[in-house]
Each structure stands twice: as structure tokens, then as C-alpha cells.
Design a protein around this ligand. Sequence first.
Ligand SMILES: [Zn+2]
Length: 457
Amino acid sequence: MSQEKTRAYLGSFFHAPTYGEFEYLENVLIEVDGSGVITRVVTADDSAQQGIIQTHREAGTITELPEGCCGLPGFVDMHVHSCQWPQAALALDEPLYRWLQERTFPLESRFADIEFAHRVYSDLVQQLLARGTTTTVYLGSAHLEATLELARICADAGQRALVGKTVMDDPVANPDYYRDASPTKAIADTETLVREVDGMRPGVPQGVWPVVTPRFIPSCTDEVLFGLGKLAQKYGSYVQTHCNEGQWEHDTVLARCGKEDPYALRDYGLLGPRSIMAHCTFLTPEEGEMFAELGVAVVHCPMANSYFSSSVAPIRRFREQGIHVGIGTDISGGYSPSMYENIRQAVLCSRLLETGVDARRPEAERGYGEARLSILEAFYLATTGGAEALGLQTGAFLPGRAFDMQMVDVSRPYSDLTGFGVFDSPEDRLARILYLSTPDNVRKVYVQGRCVIDKDA
Ligand SMILES: [Zn+2]
């Protein structure tokens, strides 16, 4: 699948290699080697650019972005329950417990059927790619086979993926029709997943990685949690779980373990530099310091948090504490598969956190204090931030990073983002793309230098 030739992309690109800032690369040439890695970015004022363009034109190895189009880095979605895709947007008025018992578990149990899993997962991967998401961290169902099928689908579709089989073995917390048969079986299945997906990776240019994935402490026995901790350490694997998601989880873990969620997860051996903790809305400053020290990443899921987390995660504080932060759609706790939507919600939720929400309280006591995220900060989290949280070389157009790019056409018939030429600075143009674009504006998507979506083909 890998390409042999060096290729070049000529056009204008936005990216955010530094938190809170953006760069507009106007009329640059991005050169990408045969393995899909950026080797150099040649600017328009570089006297060598014309010669390099000419060479690539003669060799037929140049892609020129059409008029009205620009490139953005592919998004990194750090938290997707792949097996909940058929219930996205449904039953969000229910409390978490009923949502799980009446909707989610019956749905997820259907992924015992590989044919069903194949249909759902194939569609989901294409829908995410088509919205510019080039790297995704997936939680599969509790089934090993269906989760391996998801890894194969991502590998074939060209999406960079981190894939975990959800572990949920506690017979008290989970229904008999849908749970791991025993802690031993859950650990053995996870080990098989780790070995098989690690074995797949050499043949997958964009990469595919296994993730050790306990659903969350309340659905797992101590035996399985300790066992998964050991397994993650043995293989140096990624770990993903829900941490401090909401009041119910927080209180349940405290009552059972006698300590807060983050300390319990640490003591099970589940925290390290490849650990990905979704939500973290209740994370205290002390716990945040521990995360920063251990290199644990937090996934901000602003949509899902609004429905199920009883509060807004203070992302600005996490960043100031030096914690790696990315963004997750959290399908289907969040209803939208679009990282654009989640960037917008990250900004909106941060504003509500800062100002407070109840006008009956005095202004000085209403809000959290400084908590706002700018649209540029959210853009960073969805690209460079997510990539760095996962330790992956992507997220920005820099030499050494994978060429993961979404080509955005700002002048689509029913989604014109040109703004009538009134406010037309690069920053204004980028803000319009981030706030107003629809999936139709994303015309082509590249992962690791390979075009995986072309809506105009
Ligand atoms: Zn989740």
C-alpha cells in the first residue's frame, strides 16, 4: 500500500503547532516522502520553490489544491464507542444508568454478530474520515472478534486507529447477556487483541495500535483491573478508560475503593504515559499534578459531558498544569461524529464554566473563574494536542510528521464560507471554517500521504 514516490502538495494550509496560536502557510509546497511523512515545507518566498514545483510537475508528482480550497490537519478523535454508532442522537434525555441498561447494552451485545459489526464499523470509519478525522481512538464492544474486525476495517480504509476491546466482567454491574465470562477470559481476550493488532501494524502504513480498555471501574472486578494493569505494562500498550466522568461514577468509586477514581486507577497499574482518560470532570488540582507527572492524557468530551457528566471539565486548568489534552466526540454519549462540532462545544462549554449559568447568583460567585478556551486553542486540542497526547507524529504540517490533511472548499453551493470578502484575514477565514463548515466543505482527506476520501472523484 505504501507509495514509492515523493509527492508534493501545493496550496495554502492552516495549522496550530503551538497552543493558542495558528499559522497560515500561504502558497507553500509540502513535500511528502514515499512513507507519507512530510520531509519539508517550502515557502513561497523561498527562491528554490519554483524549481521544485517544476520538477514535480514534470514528474507528475504534484497535487495542486484548487482555487478556493485550503488544507487543515486531519483531526484526532480520542474517544469513540464504535459499537454505539447506531444509537447516536438517541435517548439523550435519559439518565446514564437507564441509557446504559435500556439502550447501550442491548445494542452493544449485537456485535457478537460479525456481519452486523462489519456493516456498522465500515460505515462509521467512512463517516469519520469524511468529516476530516484521520486518527481515532476506538472502544469496541466486549467482543474480541468484532473488535479485531474494526481494526482490520480501519487498516484497510486507511484510517490511523487505536482499538480496544471493552472489558466489563463484573456480574453484579453488567447484564448476563452482555459481559465478559470471567476475569481470566477478559484478560486473555485482551492479550489476544494486543498481540493480533501489534502483529497487524507492520503492514499498515498509517498505523494501528491495541488499547487495553476497561470500561470503567464500576463495571469491572478488582481482579480484572489488576490483570489489565499488568498486561498494559507487559506490552507497553495504550490504556483507555472513563475517569471521573460524573457524580455517579465519582461517588461509586469512592465508596468501593475508599479513594478517588484517578488514585484507584493508578493503584490498579493503569496509569502511565500511554494512558488516555476520558472526561475527568471531577479531577482535582492534586490529581491533575499526578496526571502531569505520569504523562497521562485527558480526553475532553464536551458534548457527552453536557449530557452525562454533571459538570464542565476545566480544560484551561488542565493545560496550565501541563497535562496532555485532546478532544473526543464520545459517540454516542455525544451525538455528533464531527470534531468540528466538538471544537465548537469545547469553546461554548468553557464560556459557561467561566461565567456560571445561574443568573440568580451574584456575578462574583456565579462562575469558575478564568476557564475560557479560544477557538484556536480548541483547534490545537483537536489536532496537535491529540497527536501529542498519543505520542503520534501527526496533527501539524511539520517535517517528520505524517501528512494527514483535509482539503476544505470554502465556496460550496450551500455552505459558502467566503464571508463576502469583508473580514478576510487568515484568522477570520480559519474561524469561519471552524465554526461554520459542514461535512460538504471537506472534499478530500489524506492519511499518511494517501488519499482516502475524494468526494469529487
Ligand atoms: Zn465514553
